[in-house]
Design a protein. Sequence first.
Length: 120
Amino acid sequence: MKYDPRVIHEMAERLYAEADSVEMSYPVVFGFIGAAIGLVFGFPLGYARVGALTGAVLAGAVGYWVGQQRAFALRLQGQLMLVQTKIEENTRPKEAPAWVPQPSKDTRAAAHRISDALNR
């Protein structure tokens, strides 16, 4: 398995997209739930519209806050991924050419002596 920073960048982009989606969807979902709860409690008292509106506004505000917190956590996670790839990029050694030993006069002489001894 090889290190591929493109995979991490793609995941970070997905996290950012999910964060944007969470910011928009949480207040709407919470608002609908709040409207339903407000309608249930306001209907018996004769204030169904007021209850639904109040529930939608209050729950929508809570949904906005929760959505902001969740989106921040997702963006932070994406940033941590990008920081890790940058650390890897900065600390990974550059590809160096393979070291090939160069024979010296002493090693050549020793090689000749060995080959002469084997050829006898």
